[in-house]
Design a protein around this ligand. Sequence first.
Ligand SMILES: [Zn+2]
Length: 262
Amino acid sequence: MSDLVDPLPPGGPTSRDLPTPDRALVIVAHPDDAEFQAGATLAKWAAAGCRVTHLVLTDGSKGTWDPDQDPAALVAARHDEQRAAATVLGAEDPIFLDLIDGELVSGIVERGRVAEVIRRVRPDVVVGHDPWTRYRLHPDHHAAGRLCVEGVVAARDPGFHREQLAAGLTPHRPDALLLFEPDVANHAETVGETDHARRLGALGAFSSQIATTHLYKVESGAEPGADPAEAWHARERERLATPGRWAGCELAEPFRLIVDQL
Ligand SMILES: [Zn+2]
């Protein structure tokens, strides 16, 4: 039972499996968001030769339930974890904007910084949070979704952030925008067992988040006495198996695909 509205409409996806992009940029609020929501797809693309780059917007400094945790040490640990996870996925070294965790806003300055990265990386596909997903509580996920879609517009149109053009960058228009944790999915990326395994391996790199994100949610819904690691594996497989059934395959990740407005 999810707190969110069921994102998988009857009848299955209207499209499946984009051509493997040459370059993909995944724009996320926090370390581990990309791995949770699109990790198997990113692993699939990387294995097929795509250069995958993470843009992590916040510093992850609020990712703990320990009030005595040193924020600077946590930020450093989460950088290291994100780098390790990217390596497991086959992605490149991540880009960190290090905006303050929990205080992300989709302002003009922040939008400009996202557009600048898009204009530098020049991805064929941009992947990010759906800013319109209902009943999602975390403010950073809404703001990161807005920065993703607005950053795509700003990177594309030459009138936005002209100072970047004066500095030598040129506008860039991706072929596709894929929004994860979608309000209403219309697209599935089918993935295989190897992609699933890489996603699990990448999630395992986020050791500072095990207590809060991984095991707590398992324990809160698991049978009494169940092995937390086994329950976690079962839950994470089901996270891909449910959209897989929707898409008529074994395992898949669901997205909102936007192409017409690019
Ligand atoms: Zn997050």
